[in-house]
Write a new protein. Structure first.
Length: 78
């Protein structure tokens, strides 16, 4: 995650966040980006949690579209 976004959300590396899209939500551990990631953009590798947030649309290529998914991110209180 972009360090400025982390600061804005009040989270540090290792903290948990809730990532929501519509009625779907996953809880993830925050990691500071090791390469330049634009503010407002986060990277989530493809897998079970990323799949839960995708629309399932494949545009006939067989792989769900994973880029440009708009989500809400909130810090998870302990």
């Amino acid at each position: 995650m972009n360090p400025r976004d982390m600061e804005r959300l009040g989270v540090s590396e290792g903290d948990r966040v809730s990532v929501k899209r519509g009625g779907l939500a996953v809880t993830l551990t925050v990691r500071r980006a090791v390469e330049e990631v634009a503010e407002g953009v986060a990277y989530l590798p493809y897998g079970e949690k990323a799949s839960k947030l995708s629309s399932g649309d494949t545009e006939a290529v067989g792989m769900p579209l994973m880029k440009g998914i708009e989500v809400d991110v909130d810090a998870v209180e302990d």
